[in-house]
Design a protein around this ligand. Structure first.
Ligand code: 7RM
Length: 678
């Protein structure tokens, strides 16, 4: 029989930052009753150039009916995050401590960086940016692989008060161009290319197309700084064994550099001084922005600010991973996502931690790569996504059993709900029933974990993110906005801000207010649903809006629909999410061609290609189905709930009496393509 509750390992628990549930409850209560004292005590370990003033510590309005939404933490204090992450740790004697181990796509490419060396590199690049005219408040776009220069570029921005805007290097050039246009970045930082497994990604080419796109929209990027990454790899290693794309040093030479705009990173760095005085930032000055999908299609530039984000990244990192000196922490997320920001860069460095940055994939050169890296660096905390766990489970236990994994203490999960099967596999096969699983629920918008167990004290239930983190007050609301108390299900909302929550959407405070604060005045609305069980555990059930989560990447159905209808032969399209055994969810698209146009497999292929090109490879639709018509209500609204049933081939469709034409439903069931088996 399966247990329903799993207790943390007793020996680990004893030494943990928080050892008992009652200790967690006391700290939680304190954080809710006296937020200023709670966070004020935490703030003492950091450097404040202008001290914190007690009377302006925390102010906010979460109620749209009472005026504009605002959130302010530590108003009046000034600091610099880069200073706190690097100089402060060096002053505390950690200069020679390793900040990052870098493990390349190929096991033979690796390097390391101490805190002292990292600071020097950061200062040099900060000076490079200054030379290129970047000053406080300017935006810098970053489109890079998982190499240490990405951390250097981010922290160099912090040092001089520039706002970084990372775009995940798996996004298409079009997405990159649109994001660069939206944030009006002065500079773009990238690399010549990178290997992911046996695939070569020519990043600079994508950037060229992205900058073209940006220019055509009306904004010109002034400078593009390119890291020469391919060339310095141990030449032969980049070469895939299947020999399809031979890797030679000539690859780098092929990169086209536009005179006056494009410059090489290493050439710019050569003469740059290795010290740079930090720009002191107000607590509420912007730190970075990061785009996330919105249900209306256009991505939203989530904006985070300085002091609150620092406190929250550091505190969640310390408690949720129970980090202590000597540990080696590894988060597999790409820095292009929020998880990479808070838990590859800011949180670990704020705590003076040593971590692993990994460029490759879990499957290269073999399916045991993750476990090989865990043993190589003696990783103590490992943080990954359910989609990766499910993909690895498919290869059975053998690849895991090849490795000892005995150094592991905490296993984190993030990005989507983790199904109990994956949870149990992670717990037993990877963690040998000795590790706590931290199922961390949070969002780009929340800046850090908001619902999560603490590994030393929270009894775990597979699939539940358990309880709120310090300072976080969750609630479940029903359709009418009434709070569901005790066991029940509802919209997951938060009643007040914690330090790490976003402050606005870049250049669009109205959209910020309507997206997150208008549906339920007085609350921040996550867009997720959740259930509370008899023991008070929270179970996040997934999105309640038209968003879907493919391998942990959020996407809106509207975004995909607008790409589909741009095709000249397409009249109408409707996209729904269908569960997928590895990706969590996948795209199932219904497409109505123009009158007189036959639906052919060529059209289906073209549409898949377009979505891939416009949004990115991870968004490639699973199924494109011909739809002679769509199920619509008399007022013209597409009934997506019916489409979801058709995608599943589930005939239990419920009431469809409000449809204008009920016969269309049967026609669509008949029309399911052969590759749509579910
Ligand atoms: C960190 C991140 C946010 C959305 C969020 C949820 C889903 C993330 C969990 C989860 C259930 C989890 N930021 N989500 N973590 N659902 N349990 N532990 O993923 O902005 O990219 O996505 O992801 O739907 O709203 S994100």
């Amino acid at each position: 029989m399966r247990k329903t509750v799993y207790l943390p390992n007793a020996k680990f628990s004893k030494k943990a930052h928080v050892s008992t549930l009652s200790q967690y409850k006391d700290m939680y209560q304190e954080s809710i009753d006296n937020p200023c004292e709670f966070w004020g005590n935490i703030a003492k370990q950091f450097h404040w150039e202008t001290p914190i003033s007690a009377d302006k510590f925390f102010s906010y309005n979460f109620d749209i009916t009472k005026g504009p939404i605002f959130i302010k933490w530590l108003e009046g204090a000034t600091t610099n995050i880069c200073y706190n992450l690097l100089d402060r740790n060096i002053r505390n004697g950690h200069g020679d401590k390793i900040a990052f181990y870098w493990e390349g796509n190929d096991p033979e490419d690796y390097s390391r960086l101490t805190y002292r060396k990292l600071l020097k590199e950061v200062c040099r690049f900060a000076n490079v940016l200054k030379t290129r005219g970047v000053t406080k408040g300017d935006r810098v776009a970053i489109y890079m692989p998982m190499i240490l220069e990405v951390v250097v570029a981010m922290l160099a921005c912090c040092r001089i008060g520039a706002v970084h805007s990372l775009v995940f290097a798996g996004f298409s050039s079009e997405s990159l161009g649109e994001r660069m246009f939206d944030c009006k970045c002065k500079v773009l930082v990238t690399a010549d290319g990178a290997w992911r497994g046996t695939k070569l990604i020519r990043l600079k080419e994508l950037c060229d197309a992205g900058m073209e796109r940006c220019k055509s929209l009306g904004h010109e990027v002034e400078t593009c700084i390119v890291v020469e990454h391919l060339l310095r790899l141990n030449a032969a290693q980049g070469c895939p064994s299947n020999g399809t794309e031979p890797h030679t040093n000539g690859d780098t030479a092929k990169v086209k550099m536009l005179e006056g705009r494009d410059v090489w990173w290493h050439e710019e760095m050569e003469d740059a001084p290795s010290s740079c005085y930090p720009v002191w930032m107000d607590a509420e000055d912007p730190l970075f922005m990061l785009y996330t999908s919105g249900s209306t299609g256009k991505p939203k530039g989530v904006l985070h600010t300085t002091a609150g984000y620092l406190l929250y990244a550091a505190t969640t990192f310390k408690y949720v991973f129970d980090y202590r000196p000597g540990d080696v922490y590894w988060c597999t997320a790409d820095v292009g996502w929020i998880t990479g920001h808070t838990y590859v860069v800011y949180g670990p460095l704020a705590c003076g931690a040593t971590s692993v940055v990994f460029e490759g994939t879990p499957f290269h050169p073999d399916n045991d790569r993750y476990w090989q890296v865990v043993d190589k660096y003696k990783v103590t905390q490992f943080y990954t996504a359910p989609t990766a766990i499910r993909a690895l489970m498919k290869f059975g236990d053998e690849p895991v059993q090849r490795h000892s994994l005995h150094t592991l203490k905490v296993l984190g999960s993030v990005g989507e709900p983790i199904n109990p099967e994956a949870w149990l596999w992670y717990y037993t096969r990877v963690g040998h029933e000795n590790c706590s699983i931290a199922d961390t629920f949070w969002q780009t918008e929340t800046g850090g974990h908001v619902i999560t167990p603490l590994p030393g004290c929270t009894p775990m239930k597979p699939g539940s993110a358990t309880f709120p983190f310090f300072g976080v007050l969750p609630a479940l609301l029903d359709e009418s906005g009434q709070e569901v108390r005790g066991p029940g299900e509802g919209y997951l909302v938060f009643r007040r801000p914690w330090p790490g929550i976003m402050r606005t959407l870049f250049g669009n405070h109205d959209r910020f207010e309507t997206t997150y604060f208008s549906r339920f005045p007085g609350y921040y609305c996550t867009g997720d649903g959740a259930r509370r069980d008899e023991d008070g555990y929270l179970w996040v059930t997934g999105r309640v809006d038209d968003m879907l989560n493919i391998s942990g990447h959020l996407l809106s159905t509207a975004e995909v629909e607008s790409v589909l209808v741009e095709h000249p032969l397409v009249a109408e399209a409707a996209v729904v999410s269908r569960p997928h055994p590895v990706k969590g969810e996948c795209l199932y698209c219904f497409v109505t061609p123009n009158d007189g146009v036959a639906f052919a497999s060529k059209l289906s292929d073209e549409l898949k290609f377009r979505v891939r090109e416009k949004i990115g490879p991870f968004a490639t639709p699973e199924v494109i189905q011909h739809a002679p018509g769509l199920p619509k209500t008399r007022s013209g609204k597409i009934m997506r709930r019916v489409l979801r049933k058709i995608a599943l081939n589930d005939r239990d469709i419920g009431d469809i009496s409000t449809l204008a034409d009920e016969t269309i439903v049967e026609a669509l069931f008949q029309n399911r393509p052969s590759d749509a088996q579910s």
